[in-house]
Design a protein around this ligand. Structure first.
Ligand code: AMP
Length: 120
């Protein structure tokens, strides 16, 4: 899947639409999810143009990968869920219902989160 430069997170990265920023460095931007599903719901994105974990893991540099992975842990601590615990989710592709085609890690916490998946 080719990267769509008009996806909503690309627009946030270009400053074309606002976000509630939590963290920014050379490689990473983090901001609050607009439709939070837990008391803490932060999205952590690489600044590079990567569709998903699949794309990023295959094509990003080691520097970009290290920056993103370290940022997820650091941001979770900074927003206060490091000790209480949290869940990191990255949806990839159709079966996951990935909505925005720019890699993002959801950090969810601030309450007991229940089972990993609903059973259907
Ligand atoms: P996913 O289904 O993993 O692609 O998740 C996309 C997430 O992006 C959802 O949780 C949305 O609520 C969130 N989202 C969509 N648009 C925005 C936005 N403009 N600012 C912040 N979060 C957004």
């Amino acid at each position: 899947m080719a990267y769509d430069p008009n996806n909503v997170f690309a627009k946030i990265l270009r400053g074309e639409i606002p976000c509630r920023k939590v963290h920014e460095d050379d490689h990473v931007l983090a901001f609050h999810d607009i439709r939070p599903q837990a008391p803490t719901h932060v999205l952590v994105i690489p600044k590079g143009a990567y569709v998903s974990w699949d794309d990023f893991s295959a094509n990003a540099s080691d520097v970009e990968i290290a920056a993103w992975v370290r940022a997820v842990g650091r941001i979770a601590r900074d927003v206060g869920v490091g000790d209480s615990g949290y869940r990191v989710i990255a949806n990839v592709g159709p079966d996951s219902l990935q909505e925005v085609p720019h890699l993002h890690a959801h950090i969810l916490g601030g309450r007991p989160l229940g089972a990993l998946l609903d059973r259907d």
